[in-house]
Structure formats: C-alpha cells, structure tokens
Design a protein around this ligand. Structure first.
Ligand SMILES: Cc1ncc(COP(=O)(O)O)c(C=O)c1O
Length: 372
C-alpha cells in the first residue's frame, strides 16, 4: 500500500539491517549472535525482524518477557528464544509449554520452574544469570556458586547457558567492566569444574561489541547495533552502521498567521513574525514526546523547520517559514535522511532528553511500519 494513506509511518530499511548484521559479524567472527528483540524490536516490529534475522542465520532471539516470547512462537518462529528478563510464576505454564528458554535469577524461581516443567513432563532449557555489577537481575556470585553445586537435583531444568550483563561496557570505564568480566569468568570456571562444558556463555551487548573483544565468549546479545545505532550515542557511521528506521508524516493543514499568534496548548509559543504554520498528524501517542515541543526540527523538502508550540496527543505544529513553497500533503521527516539532509536519532533523543533507545521503543501503535 502506498504511504499516501498513512498519517505517520516508520520505514524500516531491511537492507540496512542486513548490512549491520554483516558489520557485527565481521567484528565477532564465529561467535554466535542473539538478536535482542525486546520492546517490539526497539520499535522496528518484533515478528518481521525475527523472521528476517533468523533467515539471516542469527542463532537465537532475546526478549524481555513471556508476552514477547509467545508473540514470536505464535507467529511460527521456531528458533531458540530466551527471556532475558524475569519470569513470574503465573507465566511459567505457557513459557514451559512453548519451549522458551529462561534466564534464572533466584533459587525460588528455579524451583518453581522445575515444578512446572515436571507437571508438564518437560525439560526447560535455562541460563543462569550472574549479577556481576549491573545490580538489576541475576544471582550474586556468592549465591550462584552453591546454586550451581545443587542444580542437578532440579531434574526438569537443563542448564544450557551462563550469562551476565554489563552496566557500562565501554572504554570510558574499562576497570569496572574488567571486574565484572573477572567475576563472570570465575562463575564460568566453577560451572566447568562441575562438569558443565558445553554452555552458551554470553555477556556482551552492542556496546561491548565495539570496545571489549575479551567479552565475546561464544555468544553476543545485540540489539541497538542491529538497528544501526551505537549504544553510547555518537555517529553510527564511525562503526559503519546504517540507521534502519526513518519516521515520516505528511502536512495535514497549513495556516498563514500574523506576528503574535499563539500556537497550541498553554500558548507556549507566539509567532515572532508573520509565517505559515503546518499541522502534522503525529503526536505523543505516536511516540513524538512533549519534550520535543519548541525544540525539535523536522525536514520539509530537505530543509529544517522548527517544531513550535506544544506537541499534543495527535498533532504537532511546525513553522514552515524556512520553506515558503511547502504544500498540504508534503512529506515531513522527523527522523532519518531526506536527500543530503538528515535528522539523527542522537539529535531527536537530545531534544527529547531521553536515551536513543527510549525514542525508538516509544513509537506508538498508530505509526504504520513499512518494510523496504
Ligand atoms: C540483558 C540484555 N542483553 C542485551 C541487551 C541488548 O543491548 P543493546 O541494545 O545495547 O545491544 C539488552 C538491552 O537492553 C539487555 O537488557
């Protein structure tokens, strides 16, 4: 269907994703890849992205919770799926039945999962997550060691992996990451001594991909780099990554206004001179946050125009002063390139005062995803 019928749409360039996958593969060599598809694949669409990446040979898929895991299974994705987050007891029956792998964070969680697997006459593949310094999920090393010693008594759990997550895995603070890595290596050593020899070991997310080759082990979990962005911000092209998602809308309405005209809720903007104001059918329900009000810029006919007035639920207003020939129906680029100009994710996240991930994950349901 032509984009003419859409109020707002995000185009996902699948060629860029294949390219980013190549860039990542060249870095990590034979190391297996887990594509992290949490939060609707960071707004890119979990099911289409899973299909694309599995077809491109990605080994496993990482998701945040059971709902995301089941969505992929129900779409017919048969690749290994790991819930990297936590699983609560009420979710266990469906997780076990759908053959989803689970990260273990606590002893009670392991026991309940084992009991559910026994009820269903199944075995669940589990990964032990060790909290080496992220302070969010996972067993502390002093808990992980006795747990590994006792794990074989939970007969319906099969330990297939050991993992950790870095809190800030880049060059700016190598000492802390090095300590996390040393702690993880100790846990790996304990597991080996206990006879667990074929474990999938994974610690690295996208940031470590570009700074810590000592953290690859035999699998890396990558999210943001697949979508063409560097996790710590900065120019993606420095790592040869190509941003895959662009966000567009279309001018719905234009009005000519004199100097001193108030625009939008709370009258946060008054036109300083006569101008033309465009109303765009995209607002905070679509993920275009109110923090972007009176700060962000968008491209019309390749020229930057300022967002003026407060972003509302369904609409945003733009000063067309820099583009006198703009017309109703013209495309407007909120994120991504247009000719030689571009609005980058870093810029949008800066204006919105959020991390780049947040802007992508926040794209709303009404924004139509188009795959190119
Ligand atoms: C446990 C875990 N692993 C990997 C990732 C992927 O991180 P990134 O998108 O920076 O590659 C995330 C993302 O939040 C995560 O929570």
């Amino acid at each position: 269907m032509s984009t003419q019928t859409y109020r707002a749409w995000a185009t996902v360039d699948t060629g860029a994703i294949r390219h980013n996958l190549d860039v990542i593969r060249r870095r990590v060599g034979d190391t297996r890849l887990m594509a992290v598809l949490k939060a609707n694949a960071y707004g890119h669409g979990a099911v289409p992205m899973a299909r694309l990446l599995v077809q491109q040979g990605v080994h496993a898929l990482g998701v945040g919770d059971s709902g995301e895991a089941l969505e992929l299974r129900e779409a017919g994705i048969s690749a290994p799926i790991l819930i990297v987050g936590g699983v609560i007891p009420g979710e266990m029956p469906r997780v076990v039945a759908a053959d989803i792998e689970v990260n273990l964070h606590t002893v009670p969680m392991a026991e309940e999962l084992n009991a559910e697997a026994e009820r269903q006459g199944r075995t669940v593949r589990v990964h032990l997550k060790v909290d080496t310094g992220m302070g969010r999920l996972g067993m502390q090393p002093f808990e992980a060691v006795p747990f590994l010693h006792n794990l074989r008594r939970l007969k319906h759990l099969q330990l297939v992996g050991l993992c950790t997550h870095f809190s800030y895995p880049n060059e700016r603070n190598p000492a802390f990451t090095t300590r996390q890595l040393e702690t993880f290596n100790l846990a790996v050593e304990v597991a080996r001594r206990l006879g667990y020899r074929d474990l999938t070991l994974h610690a690295s997310s996208s940031l470590a991909l570009f700074g810590r080759s000592d953290a690859y082990f035999n699998m890396v979990r990558t999210g943001i780099a697949l979508w063409g962005h560097l996790p710590g911000g900065g120019a993606p092209w420095l790592a040869r990554l190509k941003p895959a998602l662009s966000l567009k809308t279309r001018i719905l309405f234009i009005k000519e206004v004199p100097e001193g005209t108030p625009i939008g809720y709370n009258r946060t903007y008054y036109t300083p001179a006569p101008t033309r104001i465009a109303t765009l059918p995209i607002g905070y329900d679509d993920g275009y946050r109110t923090a972007l009000s009176n700060k962000a810029e968008m491209l019309v006919r390749g020229v930057r125009c300022p967002v003026v007035g407060r972003v509302s639920m369904d609409y945003t207003t733009l000063d067309l002063g820099p583009v006198p020939d703009a017309r109703v129906g013209d495309e407007v680029t909120l994120l991504g390139g247009e000719g030689k100009a571009a609005i980058t994710l870093d810029e949008v996240a800066g204006w919105a005062q959020c991390v780049p991930y947040e802007f992508l994950c926040g794209l709303g349901r009404r924004v139509v995803r188009v795959y190119a």
